[in-house]
Design a protein around this ligand. Structure first.
Ligand code: PA5
Length: 433
């Protein structure tokens, strides 16, 4: 990953002034002895991942592709967004089953529509939950398990269900062992939002026909680069810049990309940074925009609203092909001055013009550049954002690997659902509704 901080309106010492703190954060990530250090297994994962399990993932993906017109991936948050991010950004190949995502909400309508779309189609299920007890995927899996058993019998269903969960604990692991589902592991030392390069992301990504070897090779190459501390380190540059901008009063980081397929990668990034940094009433709020589309909707606010924004633009240097603007003899739209120019050339001018306009309007820009939209670059980008997130959290003074705040809604929901043991809370909540 290349990081350009030229347009971020930063002082000359934004990085050198933080070098000591960055070095400290860097070493805590490497040694795993900082806050939440027990969840830094992702740091060495691109080198140390379980090759035997990796081969099993590839074999399972082949079976899914042979037997199914659709793969239903059931999971939420860190057990969902990474796979969807990579699949939407890279695109499934033409022989892939339709990859559908379920269990990432509680919408009856969405689930009914998915079930309807699966009528008459052979499908498999990959249920993903580290804890094995998360409500949304658990209730969704009940529905799909019943459907598969009705359609294929218990043995047929067993051959179509793949469980990705804790290696030893939890309700999903117990059920998978009892039913004989093929299991893949979410390692203890890797939290949900850092787990895309484990079986959590790799099985759906491989089923989509994307090279998970290239993905891991990209992550391993980025790891080699980022493990070298110092001011040339791209993760240091990004972490230092966003920390300096936060301290200067910026409160929202907009992740922008000119590729519509980037939308779910931005969702993954939002969870990574929001859940890692949003603690103790601190942290940049991560938001995302899709350019140029959102320049025609959010553009006004970005240019001229509250000056609390910084913008991080992800760029892929080379498009996958070229399109040229044709000459029009009538030239009714007056655009013949563009005839013969590539669409990529037009996009380039939009990108440069937007950056300068936003910088002039008081929105500092960070530019992150990757060569192209392929599996290797995506592996690099995933590792880059994870490593930079760990550094950023430590610079901010928070534990980047826990998420105590997400429990509050769950406790209320369980109490309102009448979970045994939460009667007092239920009474108290009912009085307030
Ligand atoms: O990052 C996290 O910890 C969360 O997003 C979890 O991944 C999410 O809540 C799903 O949890 P689980 O995999 O235990 O079902």
């Amino acid at each position: 990953m290349l990081v350009n901080t030229t347009y971020a309106a930063l002082g000359p010492d934004f990085l050198t002034g933080r070098a000591g703190a960055l070095e400290n954060a860097h070493q805590m990530l490497r040694r795993g002895d900082g806050p939440g250090g027990e969840f830094t297994g992702w740091v060495d994962l691109p080198e140390t991942y379980d090759r035997e399990e990796f081969s099993r993932i590839q074999a399972a993906a082949r079976r899914i592709r042979e037997k199914s017109q659709a793969l239903v991936v059931i999971g939420i948050g860190g057990s969902y967004l990474g796979a969807r991010a990579a699949i939407e950004l890279l695109g499934a190949d033409s022989a892939a089953p339709r990859i559908c995502f379920a269990g990432n909400g509680l919408s009856t309508d969405a689930l009914l529509e998915l079930l309807e779309s699966l009528e008459g189609q052979d499908f498999s299920v990959n249920v993903i939950s580290k804890s094995g007890t998360t409500t949304e995927p658990a209730v969704t899996f009940r529905i799909f398990k019943k459907l598969l058993e009705e359609r294929y019998g218990r043995e047929g269903a067993r051959q179509r269900i793949y469980a990705t969960t804790d290696k030893a604990r939890g309700a999903l692991k117990s059920m998978a062992d009892k039913e004989g589902y093929e299991c893949f592991v979410v390692p203890d030392e890797i939290g949900g939002r850092y787990s895309v390069l484990t079986a959590v992301g790799l099985l759906p990504i491989a089923a989509a026909g994307i090279s998970i070897e290239d993905l891991m090779a990209g992550a391993a190459a980025e790891r080699e680069r980022l493990l070298v501390p110092g001011s040339d380190n791209a993760a240091w540059q990004y972490a230092a810049a966003r920390n300096a901008l936060y301290e200067s009063g910026k409160r929202v980081e907009l992740l922008a990309c000119y590729e519509p397929s980037f939308r779910f990668f931005a969702e993954w990034w939002k969870q990574l940074y929001g859940e890692s940094e949003g603690k103790g009433h601190r942290g940049l709020f991560p938001a995302s925009v899709e350019f140029t589309a959102d320049l025609h909707s959010m553009g006004q606010y970005i240019q001229d609203g509250e000056r609390i924004l910084l913008e991080t633009v992800v760029r892929f240097e080379q498009p996958r092909g070229q399109l040229y603007i044709p000459e029009d003899p009538e030239d009714l739209d007056g655009l013949n001055f563009l005839a013969g120019k590539s669409l990529a050339f037009v996009a380039e001018q939009a990108i440069n013009g937007t950056r300068l306009a936003h910088v002039d309007g008081g929105v500092p820009n960070l530019v992150l550049t990757l060569p192209r939209r392929d599996a290797r670059s995506v592996g690099e980008m995933i590792y880059f954002f994870e490593f930079a997130c760990g550094l950023s959290g430590y610079l901010l003074g928070v534990n980047p690997f826990d998420q105590p705040g997400v429990e509050a809604y769950k406790q209320n929901m369980f109490a309102l659902l009448g979970k045994p043991g939460s009667e007092a809370r239920r009474e108290e909540l009912l009085k307030r509704i």
